[in-house]
Design a protein around this ligand. Structure first.
Ligand code: 26Q
Length: 819
């Protein structure tokens, strides 16, 4: 019989059913009678993967033939989240797979729950990288995401007695059907040791790096499929392995443990994601992680390049490498090392290639959050890179002295080396010097970067600076996570919005259609019912889906001001206590987010949220007027169930501190109104949705700076506002902590004595804005109109728009469609 090549990759329900059964049998070694839901999940996942790989092969062939320029997105984090749902959506086979499964007696929704989430990131920065991978593929841009295959991703958060407990994340435990290990694609990465300078036979000065140890980086590929296109790009993550599984000499002399030790030490490098979303200092392992994945990635790019070109002189024409923050910034020195030491290029042409290859995205304004490494530590791990960084800096300093005449000490601030004991290497300076473009992640953030954090660099090279406001993928965060709202939208304006989010504007034409507004309310109501059910399962708290759902879900940080939110909840509680018959808009306040394990104040916020919730939720006098719930273990999977159910999105950071925020976009896209400060992308969200559709409060970034420089006295606000005083006093009294006044003392004292993020200064304005929320909530139809308008006007915040801007303004790459 003739072999049907497509039988393995066909996408009608019958073929899919056959394939699922085959995979259940031949991969899982199971048959339907004994298969667990997880077995079925794996069988479906492999079925989907076959169809992805089919497209991936076609994609690789096309890119190779067309010799397209590729984007390489270098990021220490890719918070991709569960893959099955989004792959089905992007392949457009969700209905067919659902049908195939139901013929097999299986429910796709149950199987989707089986997938462990790849939590290879902390929060915004890692999730941004994942959204950008989705958009790159959808826009048919050749791209590779390069990162680390952490064996343990971000920890799982469990709550014990109100406190966060970290549980290790074993996402690979039952196998990972989405990745293809490439054991043959392995690089040896040097670490430690010393350098030797010598002259070769032709009289050239050469450098040899004699490492102390060598670690292997093994490629693991996860195909990333675009929506509605054939393009399938690669997420290539590196796993660290030992050079040899045994040190035979040690083994033979009987020292078995010494023999295994090296292996363990090597594999440690990709063992675990650092759960901090701020720079930490002094951690050798973190530096090794960064260098490890950067070195493998650059050498992989060089390998690919040399398959097509005779030499590396036009490397920058074939690759655009984006540095996602400074975490991969050592790439600047590493590419110079590879070009000069290993490929014998002269310094100047090598520098020209490197600086035309790299561009750098900054995600933070806080000078103290900028990454620096102590020189002795760097010397210990990367001796050759210290020499190269000194060479780069010397040439740069010469240039700077001429250009700036050292006005106001600009030279010391621009230097890559920070003087002090010990000296430190400023990774942001290295990234700026080695890149041709530098961007912030929201308009305000970029302006502040230019004026403050990177001001000296902006004075030096104004043309290098530009803004690319962040975006999020509407495939995962609307189409997949909110099928009901998506259907409602598509029924009205067609499906074009999925890849052209500005088309949502078409919804404005339906604003005056009362039936549409009613449908809109019903969908939100159903989404809230689903979340209420989930909340009950996870927290045992009953909430009424009729209430206003006000949500703050993001990493826990003082600058994000979860405590401002909690002070407001306590204020509402006090109002009810003082006036038991108070008539008010019933509210459910939902908080969620992980705290870095070493961040004591953030962990205390979580405890406070639980403590207040416990008292408020069971107080008969309060009834259904007020609930406070902490949703445990906020991750991508949970996020997808939270955004669609929010009425109000809390974006209340101190102005000037949140670089962009991306949760703000996801909430709006799902029909929530925002209560927020003029910070990060909030500014632009308010601009596009209209200020009458946004609850603004609080000081501007300028006012924050002004108040700080003129002396901020939080106690003044405490003394001046009776409700604020009552809320803080109630917490300080031990009312929420079984009479133990000490528990929350650090939090209250900090607010009264320092309040670094000016919570007290913004409290009154925040309460006032919340009252305006209540007023609008009392007019449901008006609320619905504003909700629809938020969605209709949110198109700008698609990651497709952001990626288009990167392609045009920075990467200069064009689409390469795949047939
Ligand atoms: C650095 C060195 C050592 C250890 C950890 C780190 C580290 C890791 C993660 C430092 C920072 C991060 C993450 C930062 C982050 O998520 N920033 C957020 O980026 C989003 C995407 O641009 C923005 O929307 C947020 O405003 C910003 O806070």
């Amino acid at each position: 019989p003739k072999l049907d090549l497509h039988s393995r990759t066909g996408t009608n329900a019958d073929t899919l059913q056959r394939a699922i059964l085959d995979n259940l049998f031949y991969i899982q070694g199971r048959f339907p009678d004994v298969a667990t839901p997880h077995d079925w999940y794996q069988a479906v996942a492999y079925t989907v993967r076959d169809r992805q790989l089919h497209r991936w092969v076609k994609t690789a062939q096309t890119y190779k033939k067309q010799k397209s320029r590729s984007v390489c997105y270098l990021s220490a984090e890719f918070l991709i989240g569960p893959m099955l749902g989004s792959n089905l959506v992007n392949l457009g086979i969700e209905d067919e797979v659902r049908e195939a499964l139901s013929a097999l007696g299986q429910d796709l929704d149950v199987l989707l729950e089986q997938e462990p989430e790849p939590g290879l990131g902390n929060g915004g920065l890692g999730r941004l990288a994942a959204c950008y991978m989705d958009s790159l593929a959808t826009l048919e841009i050749p791209a590779i995401g390069y990162g680390i295959r952490y064996e343990f991703g971000i920890f799982h958060q469990r709550i014990e007695n109100g406190w966060q407990k970290e549980i290790s994340d074993q996402w690979l435990h039952l196998g990972n059907p989405w990745e293809v290990p490439r054991p043959l694609l392995t690089f040896r990465v040097n670490l430690g040791g010393h350098t030797e300078h010598y002259t070769d036979d032709h009289g050239n000065h050469r450098v040899r790096w004699e490492p102390e140890r060598v670690v292997l980086g093994v490629a693991h590929d996860t195909p990333i499929i675009g929506y509605g296109v054939n393009n399938t790009n690669l997420l290539r993550l590196w796993k660290a392995e030992a050079e040899q599984s045994f040190d035979f000499e040690a083994f033979n002399t009987g020292d078995y443990y010494a023999a295994v030790e090296e292996k363990v030490k090597s594999e440690t490098i990709s063992k675990v994601l650092y759960p901090n979303d701020e720079a930490i200092s002094g951690k050798t392992l973190r530096l090794e992680q960064q260098y490890f994945f950067v070195s493998c990635s650059l050498r992989d790019m060089i390998r690919i390049h040399l398959q097509q070109e005779p030499d590396l002189s036009n490397f920058h024409e074939k690759f655009a490498a984006q540095l996602n923050d400074t975490h991969p910034a050592i790439a600047v020195a590493e590419l110079m090392r590879l070009l000069v030491d290993e490929h014998h290029m002269d310094w100047n042409p090598a520098w020209s290639v490197a600086s035309r290859t790299f561009s750098y995205t900054n995600h933070t304004l806080l000078p103290e959050a900028l990454e620096t490494w102590s020189l002795p530590l760097l010397q210990q791990v990367l001796p050759r890179h210290v020499e190269i960084i000194y060479e780069i800096n010397m040439r740069f300093m010469d240039q700077v002295r001429v250009l700036t005449h050292d006005v106001c000490g600009a030279v010391t601030r621009l230097s890559i080396i920070e003087e002090g004991e010990p000296k430190r290497v400023r990774m942001a300076n290295l990234a700026c010097v080695g890149s041709h473009a530098i961007n912030g992640v929201a308009a305000l953030h970029t302006e502040l970067l230019k004026k403050t954090t990177l001001n000296d660099f902006h004075n030096l090279w104004p043309e290098k600076f530009l803004n690319v406001t962040n975006g999020v993928t509407p495939r995962r965060f609307l189409l997949l996570s909110n099928p009901k709202q998506s259907k409602l939208i598509s029924d009205r304006i067609g499906e074009g919005w999925i890849t052209d989010l500005e088309k949502l504007r078409g919804l404005e034409a339906h604003l005056d259609d009362a039936g549409f507004r009613e449908d809109w309310r019903r969908v939100k109501r159903e989404n809230k019912e689903a979340l209420a059910k989930l909340l009950k399962e996870r927290t045992y708290v009953d909430v009424d889906p009729q209430s206003l759902f006000s949500v703050q879900a993001k990493r826990i940080h003082e600058y994000k001001r979860q405590h401002l939110h909690l002070l407001y909840v306590v204020t509402l509680y006090n109002r009810i206590i003082n006036n038991p018959n108070l008539s008010m808009a019933p509210r459910v306040h939902i908080l969620g987010g992980k705290a870095a394990p070493g961040y004591a104040m953030a962990k205390l916020f979580i405890k406070l949220a639980h403590a207040v919730g416990e008292m408020v939720n069971r107080d008969q006098m309060v009834g259904d007027r007020l609930k406070l719930v902490f949703f445990p273990n906020f991750n991508v999977k949970n996020a997808q169930r939270i955004y669609p159910a929010a009425d109000l999105s809390e974006q209340i950071s101190t102005a000037g501190f949140e670089a962009s925020g991306t949760g703000n976009m996801k909430f709006s896209m799902n029909g929530a109104l925002t209560i927020g400060t003029l910070d990060g992308a909030n500014v632009e969200i308010r601009e596009v949705v209209g200020d009458e559709n946004f609850f603004l409060f609080g000081m501007t970034a300028e006012e924050v700076v002004h108040l700080k420089t003129n002396g901020y006295h939080p106690r003044h606000y405490y003394d001046g506002n009776a409700e604020l005083r009552a809320a803080m006093d109630l917490i300080a009294s031990g009312y929420f902590s079984h009479g133990e006044a000490d528990v929350f003392k650090p939090l209250i004292d900090n607010l009264l004595e320092h309040d670094p993020f000016m919570v007290l200064a913004d409290y009154e304005a925040y309460c006032h804005a919340q009252s305006q929320v209540d007023d609008l909530w009392a007019q449901p139809d008006l609320w619905t109109r504003k909700s629809i308008l938020n969605v209709a006007r949110i198109g700008k915040f698609s990651s497709d728009r952001a990626i288009r801007e990167y392609c045009e303004k920075i990467w200069k790459v064009q689409p390469t469609p795949v047939d």
